[in-house]
Design a protein around this ligand. Structure first.
Ligand code: NOJ
Length: 570
């Protein structure tokens, strides 16, 4: 890929789920001062950007993804002054802040929606999708992303449209006055010194305005073709970019479900609507019986390689293992028996050198895992609650449902950050808003800071290497090519740029992998036989004339690059 090297291509982003990161005032909820207290930790870790989940005023139906005032910090998280100070203090440590931009919808408690409800003829009534029907019934049969209908009824008989919960009415982007309001707000925050935005659910902003009822094959009536990346959305996104992002030196990463290959460049190419979009193509292992089996690893490898081969040279993605909407990666990619330092560091190595910007989600760097949820009452997620009610009504077994939320529920990623073995894992002196994972005495930051060979130490080293000056070109412009594709259970790839090579080799299974030395020599070239740059084991074993990779052994090797200090963990 040619073209300019933007700073964010060599950045490492850390996602803070504010509510669960650090509580500074004992109310059991994380806050901005809490992040400020932890800046030294983040600086030491080596990250360049912090993405903070929504901290705006909100009734918190969806933990802040339902905003009632875009200009105000919610009191539970602090004040606007706290936010401005955080931006400044982070800046002093070389860390930039990006905010979550949630403009597909707002809260039903936003004054726009209040006015719209009060007066059908108000300006604000045009900011939402309202419908009346002749028979008073729902305008169509579309289902929402959280389950249930996309329509909710007002007392006066109007229906309003919501992609997510009924407390998140969709904003009507067809309305130019609304768009202007959004641009004003975006520029206002950029002028406050933030570096950019993570943009929420952006591909839902354009709908098929016929709102025609649908019958979908799966019977779910979630017609993505009518409301995800719907034709015409490009006009809105071009305007958004011109009116806001282009006027600042800013960085944007979009959550863009529904963008298929043919539209990828429009979104995340050199002059795309955004700096990058998240790559969700290889996150799911749902349905795998044994996630650590060679067959499952092969399926993961196929998805990963397809995506990388496509994106490399065309545009840019955010690559990640975790975020606040998913179960923890150790639970998603590994069977319980296989979860340990080696497998966790193997996963980390696997994605860190891909074509894209790596994101780390809070707690991932210490190997936090899913909680055990004993009852639905312990769950806080609005989506889980809506789904729970709906599925029970449909006759689903509650035990099965609870098992589903234990395995895949969003609350798994949202449990408080495990800082230490003190009460509540050092997250709060009060009662945490969501229960702390039971294993915090074994898995916490303090413990891993004290151990020499912890996952935390490994992440620090990975981050350092990913940002090495000597690798900058390869990481930004290096071509991605798969290696050893035929080797079951092994995932390997190469990044190449002007004679420099970086090779990542990961045995993604709980048994050893035996590789032919001839093959290794051919594939690794000059890097073969050299000390790996970095890895989770010391050296590589040769047994019976074969190169033996240990269970979950991961290594990074280089050729044509001299200036990197050879680290190495274990
Ligand atoms: C995507 C966010 O990541 C998720 O947490 C939220 O519930 C929905 N968008 C709605 O804003």
């Amino acid at each position: 890929m040619t073209g300019k090297v933007q700073w964010w291509k060599n950045a490492v982003v850390y996602q803070v789920y504010l509510r669960s990161f650090q509580d500074s005032n004992g109310d059991g909820i994380g806050d901005l001062k809490g992040i400020e207290e932890r800046l030294p930790y983040l600086q030491e870790l080596g990250v360049d950007v912090i993405w903070i989940s929504p901290m705006f005023q909100s009734p918190m139906d969806d933990n802040g993804y339902d905003i009632s005032d875009y200009y105000k910090v919610d009191p539970v998280f602090g004040t606007n002054e706290d936010m401005y100070r955080l931006i400044a203090e982070a800046g002093k440590r070389g860390i930039r802040i990006i905010l979550d931009l949630v403009v597909n919808h707002c809260s039903d408690e936003h004054e726009w929606f209040r006015r719209a409800c009060e007066n059908e003829n108000s300006i604000e009534a045009g900011y939402f999708y309202f419908k009346r029907t002749a028979d008073g019934g729902e305008p169509n049969n579309w289902r929402s992303n959280f389950g249930g209908s996309v329509w909710s009824r007002l007392e006066d008989g109007r229906w309003y449209y919501h992609t997510f919960s009924p407390k998140q009415p969709d904003l009507n982007w067809e309305n130019p006055m609304l768009r202007k309001e959004i641009y004003k707000m975006v520029n206002w925050w950029l002028d406050k010194g933030i570096a950019g935005f993570r943009i929420d659910a952006i591909t839902f902003i354009k709908k098929d305005l016929s709102f025609a009822p649908v019958e979908t094959e799966d019977g779910k009536r979630y017609p993505v073709e009518n409301f995800e990346n719907y034709p015409g959305i490009g006009n809105f996104l071009t305007e958004l970019k011109q009116e806001t992002f282009d006027r600042h030196d800013c960085f944007t990463v979009a959550e863009a479900p529904g963008v298929e290959q043919e539209d990828f460049c429009k979104y995340a190419g050199e002059d795309g609507f955004f700096s990058m979009i998240f790559d969700f193509s290889w996150e799911s292992m749902e349905g795998e019986k044994d996630k650590s089996s060679p067959e499952a690893v092969e399926r993961l490898k196929k998805k990963l390689f397809e995506s990388q081969k496509f994106v490399s040279g065309r545009g840019w993605c955010g690559v990640f293992l975790e975020n606040h909407d998913q179960a923890r990666c150790l639970n998603r990619y590994l069977e319980k028996k296989d979860r340990n330092y080696y497998s966790a560091s193997a996963l980390a190595t696997l994605y860190f050198f891909l074509h894209g910007t790596p994101y780390i989600y809070q707690g991932q760097e210490i190997g936090m895992e899913n909680s055990v949820w004993k009852s639905v009452d312990e769950l806080a997620d609005t989506r889980a609650k809506i789904t729970w009610e709906e599925k029970l009504r449909q006759g689903e077994d509650s035990g099965k449902l609870l098992k589903y939320f234990n395995d895949w529920g969003r609350d798994n990623a949202r449990t408080p950050m495990q800082w230490s073995d003190e009460e509540n894992a050092g997250f709060t002196k009060g009662t945490p808003w969501l229960k702390v994972q039971d294993n915090y005495r074994e898995v916490n930051v303090k413990k891993q800071q004290e151990e020499q060979n912890s996952l935390l130490t490994y992440y620090k080293e990975l981050i350092r290497i990913r940002k090495e000056e000597a690798l900058a070109d390869i990481m930004c412009k290096g071509e991605f090519s798969p290696l050893l594709e035929e080797e079951q259970g092994v995932i390997a790839y190469k990044r190449d740029y002007e004679g420099k090579k970086l090779i990542v080799l990961v045995n993604m299974q709980s048994r050893k992998a035996a590789l032919e030395p001839g093959l290794c020599r051919r594939v690794l070239g000059e890097a073969f036989g050299k000390e790996p740059l970095f890895g989770n084991y010391i050296g590589v074993e040769i047994e019976g004339g074969k190169v033996m990779l240990q269970p979950y052994q991961a290594l990074v090797a280089a050729a044509g690059i001299e200036a990197i200090h050879i680290g190495g963990s274990a």
